[in-house]
Structure formats: C-alpha cells, structure tokens
Design a protein around this ligand. Structure first.
Ligand SMILES: [Zn+2]
Ligand SMILES: [Zn+2]
Length: 84
C-alpha cells in the first residue's frame, strides 16, 4: 500500500471540531463508483458509494470532511468546492 502526502496535512487537523464540515460534506452528492476507483486521500477503494465534489473527483466522506475543514478546494485539482 502506498501512502498519500495528503495524510500529513490531514493529521494536523485530527483534533478539529468536525461538526460544521461534516454538515457541508453531507450535502454533497453520493455517487456509486467503479470497483477499481480509489479514494486519493487514503488510497483505498470504495466499498459502495463515494462523495463527489463539483469538479468530479470522489472521496470517502470521512476523508474529504477534514480536508474541507481547512481548505475549500479539491485536494487533487484545486477547484473550488463550496461557493458561497
Ligand atoms: Zn478515503
Ligand atoms: Zn478535483
């Protein structure tokens, strides 16, 4: 298994209060993905469904929530996720 550089920055927010970002992530569309698609935050596959952000990239809800609590852009392509 390969490790993602994103894990380093995600660890910095492990004590963050997730209540607000979890709510935002819950509003993202849940999509089904192919078996060979992996979440590029944790580099693991999706069992059944994934959260898709507007740029089209998909992640586990638990993986993208902490990321979106520190930045409002896709960890892969830097597109804005939530427009106010
Ligand atoms: Zn993940
Ligand atoms: Zn993206």
């Amino acid at each position: 298994m390969s490790s993602s550089p994103l894990n380093v920055s995600l660890n910095l927010v492990s004590n963050h209060d997730h209540s607000s970002c979890v709510t935002r992530v819950a509003g993202l569309p849940t999509v089904s993905v192919e078996n060979d698609v992996i979440c590029l935050v944790c580099m693991e596959g999706f069992r059944r469904s994934a959260k898709q952000i507007p740029c089209g990239h998909v992640f586990h809800a638990d993986c993208i929530a902490p990321w979106l609590s520190i930045t409002n852009s896709c960890p892969l392509c830097r597109n804005i996720v939530f427009r106010s």
